[in-house]
Design a binder for this molecule. Structure first.
Ligand SMILES: Nc1nc2c(ncn2[C@@H]2O[C@H](COP(=O)(O)OP(=O)(O)OP(=O)(O)O)[C@@H](O)[C@H]2O)c(=O)[nH]1
Ligand SMILES: [Mg+2]
Ligand SMILES: [Zn+2]
Length: 290
């Protein structure tokens, strides 16, 4: 009888999932389940040939990040994540709507979000600084880093120990550059997951898990494609704006949409300045997008 092993999914490469067991990688298939597997999954598998295996069972997940797929479907991007590092920069200019979307998802998925301002070697922006002050007052940790001059990398590294973390953010903000700055062996930057785009730039196409020398794992994921608002309800979106939480219960109506509704405590808090207009406007925009 073949032995059933417990492995860790490193990446879903389309034609199968790469599964790690005792520092060895097996390309695994299963008739039904392989499409749903993602980086971070723990699976039971059997070895069927040299470097090849078959997935027998998917083990329970602690958390899951999904992205929208064809039709109303969703696709799993990564699982068992402890913390999401939301990476942004001056260039391409920081998309706060996207940041709020990531934060809202983390609030609902019990994942710790942290903000990472990369390319801190570039110029200062008053617009960005103003928003960052607000995020910090809401309790979101903020790190200023630069993959170019290694500023802040040590602190970033210390936050990754013993956790499964993922970098997310717009394409071009430097997620892969930061991953490379953190990994000791540049060879680990597998070319199988990076395809040269027509602009001649390397862009990440599949979420891939990397082990860190200090312990802990890092998943490098494709840019903006990752986790849309897939699987989140309107109520969860409102809850995902953490400063709304204490007001939601005070709204006059249970089914308050926090828009033009009568007796909305959230809108009232915007009027008195307890919730910033910027965050509230972005909430309305995201709700419209759903
Ligand atoms: N000035 C400066 N440029 C940086 C820094 N980090 C990354 N870059 C540059 O930004 C560009 C994009 O970096 P990537 O690491 O490929 O960005 P990414 O977020 O992985 O992009 P996708 O894989 O497309 O999502 C590259 O040209 C990097 O050299 C930084 O700290 N400072
Ligand atoms: Mg990348
Ligand atoms: Zn309301």
């Amino acid at each position: 009888m073949t032995e059933v092993l417990t492995g860790l999914v490193i990446s879903n490469v389309g034609k199968g999932a790469t599964v790690e067991f005792e520092q060895h990688i097996y390309l695994c298939q299963s008739l039904r389940k392989v499409a749903t597997l993602a980086a971070g999954d723990k699976v039971k598998f059997t070895i069927v040939a040299k470097d090849q295996g078959r997935i027998e069972e998917l083990l329970p997940r602690k958390s899951i990040l999904e992205r929208p797929s064809k039709g109303a479907k969703t696709r799993t991007v990564a699982t068992n994540i402890d913390q999401v590092f939301v990476v942004f920069a001056l260039e391409p200019f920081c998309d706060f709507l996207l940041i709020d979307q990531y934060l809202a998802i983390c609030e609902n998925r019990n994942i710790t979000p942290l903000l990472v301002y990369n390319k801190s070697d570039l110029a200062h922006s008053d617009i960005i600084e103003k928003e960052l002050l607000n995020y910090q007052s809401l309790g979101y940790p903020l790190l200023r880093v630069s993959a170019t001059n290694n500023n802040g990398i040590k602190e970033l590294r210390s936050l990754l120990v013993q956790k499964i973390s993922i970098f997310t953010g717009q394409s071009g903000v430097g997620k892969s550059s930061l991953t490379n700055a953190l990994l000791p062996d540049k060879e680990l930057k597998t070319n199988t997951v990076s395809a040269t785009t027509k602009h001649g730039r390397h862009t990440t196409t599949a979420a891939t898990l990397y082990h860190l020398p200090e312990g802990g794992d890092l998943i490098d994921s494709p840019g903006v494609a990752i986790f849309g608002l897939a699987g989140i309800s309107e109520n969860q979106l409102a809850h995902g704006f953490r400063e709304f939480q204490s007001y939601i219960d005070l709204c006059q109506f249970n089914d308050c949409k926090h828009d033009k509704d009568k007796g909305c405590a959230v809108r009232e808090a915007v009027a008195t300045g307890e919730i910033t207009t910027a965050r509230y406007q972005r909430f309305l925009k995201l709700r419209e997008k759903m």
